[in-house]
Design a protein around this ligand. Structure first.
Ligand code: MN
Ligand code: MN
Length: 481
């Protein structure tokens, strides 16, 4: 038997619990929310892993994408005199950037729905004069690209991918290290027994950039009277196989990337570990969303940029005007005449762009760098960053509340899980994306994508269910945004 006081307490507790349910934000684990979809989610990850394995460089990812687009009936922009509703069109530039569009019913001045991501990843690039012989060993000298932790690249299996132009103009594609029968390459590390002198070094100085030399051979050319015969032995091999002479490396772009493939991670296979998920995870999910869409009201666009990891410069980076040229060309072909300046301005002001990039997932092992209530968590849906940047919100887009409201209402209405986060504690560090460069055109822009562990490492970790929900979010944005 209970007394009145106990009953009152119980009522109050129930009331408080109900109120809490109504007022508090709760982000459920998506494996609880979508347990019945596990087969679909795992199947989606299989296609994604294949794309990662093929597309370890921006050029290779473009080749992969164009093949997928053509298979789905997309045609090159040059094949269209005029673009009409339902047309599927793509265009690439320098094999490093791409725009693919499904033409919508609305006129272009009402804007497009664009999902933009970058397809370059941190790596080692060969220097223009890479080939050297040292102590009867042959090396490629490299210059690292993007924000790497140099020690990640030591004592691991490496592959080479890229292009080299011979003196007669012939383009040679180099892809060595991915096939099981291929040799791989490596940057050697020092044994711990003799590493005492580096023990107190700062992490940024622990491995000097010049020490990132890739070991590529050790058998000499047989003639003992000739100098640098170890280098000659390797160059002779390259010449026999590809027709390469040393000077050809001056007109080459060869990237050193991890040789390993994408793998399932965990006993339950719930996660994906791979090189280059930043940011091919957003590129892949946006591409699949476009491929799986048949009709749209606003023209839906997938846009890939290069050079994000080094600041979005160059004529393939997001700061380049090429993206505006290409979008304006789509506009022109849709209306059948050159758009007036006011129409172009309206087009940019009315366009919505998801700057699709990865963010940090709260890692309990390194909890000290994150604000737990403003972090993204593995398996809790697509991550949205209202802003990125560093220190006092420098170098960021910072989407306005109206655009955030529109996007989150759209996701809520379509049961797409998402989480809104800030990458890391204030003043812990920071990072930028392509968002601010597209926002400069007047578009509505917000950062969103998949959260991950070990970003910029050779083995980045994502959750299969976040990858799948990001695909769903992009599809909803394209079809209903
Ligand atoms: Mn990125
Ligand atoms: Mn990055």
């Amino acid at each position: 038997m209970t007394n009145n006081k106990d009953n009152n307490n119980k009522d109050n507790n129930n009331k408080a619990e109900t109120l809490k349910k109504q007022l508090f934000m709760k982000k459920a684990n998506c494996w609880d929310l979508q347990s019945k979809d596990q087969d679909k989610i795992f199947e989606f990850a299989e296609g994604y892993k294949k794309a990662l394995d093929y597309g370890k460089t921006e050029r290779r990812f473009i080749y992969y994408t164009v093949e997928q687009l053509k298979f789905a009936g997309f045609k090159h922009l040059s094949e269209f005199e005029k673009l009409e509703q339902g047309n599927k069109v793509y265009v690439t530039l320098h094999d490093k950037t791409l725009i693919a569009a499904l033409i919508g019913a609305e006129e272009p001045k009402n804007g497009f729905n664009i999902v933009a991501s970058h397809i370059d990843s941190p790596r080692l690039d060969l220097k223009p004069n890479p080939l050297i012989e040292e102590n009867e060993l042959v090396y490629f000298k490299t210059h690292y690209y993007g924000g790497i932790k140099k020690y990640h690249w030591l004592s691991t299996q490496l592959a080479l991918h890229g292009v080299i132009y011979l003196s007669d103009g012939e383009k040679v594609e180099i892809n060595i290290g991915d096939a099981a029968e291929d040799p791989v390459f490596t940057v050697t590390d020092l044994l711990p027994h003799l590493d005492y002198h580096r023990a107190d070094k700062k992490i940024t100085e622990y491995v000097e950039g010049e020490k990132l030399q890739v070991l590529i051979g050790s058998i000499p050319y047989p003639d003992k009277d000739v100098g640098e015969r170890f280098k000659l032995g390797i160059l002779n091999l390259l010449n026999e196989k590809y027709g390469i002479k040393e000077a050809d490396f001056n007109r080459a772009e060869i990237e050193v990337v991890p040789a390993h493939f994408a793998r399932d991670v965990g006993f339950d296979r719930s996660m994906i570990g791979a090189y280059g998920q930043d940011d091919r995870v957003c590129a892949y999910t946006s591409l699949q969303a476009l491929l799986d869409t048949e009709t749209v009201t606003k023209t839906a666009v997938v846009l890939f940029t290069d050079k994000e990891e080094t600041g979005s410069d160059g004529n393939t980076g997001a700061q380049s005007k090429v993206f505006q040229y290409l979008l304006n060309t789509l506009h022109e072909k849709m209306i059948g005449r050159e758009p007036r300046i006011q129409e172009i301005q309206q087009f940019y002001l009315n366009s919505n762009l998801l700057s699709s990039d990865v963010t940090n997932a709260f890692d309990p092992i390194y909890a000290e760098v994150s604000d737990p209530v403003n972090s993204s968590y593995i398996s809790k849906g697509m991550s949205i960053n209202k802003y990125t940047g560093h220190a006092g919100k420098y170098s960021t887009n910072d989407a306005n509340a109206e655009f955030v409201a529109g996007l989150t209402n759209l996701l809520d209405a379509n049961d797409v899980p998402y989480q809104i986060s800030d990458m890391g504690k204030v003043d812990a560090g920071g990072g930028g994306t392509i968002a601010k460069y597209f926002a400069a055109t007047g578009m509505n822009v917000i950062d969103c994508g998949v959260c991950m562990f070990a970003m910029h490492s050779c083995f980045e970790i994502t959750s299969k269910i976040d990858v799948y929900n990001t695909y769903r979010a992009y599809k909803v944005f394209m079809t209903k945004g």
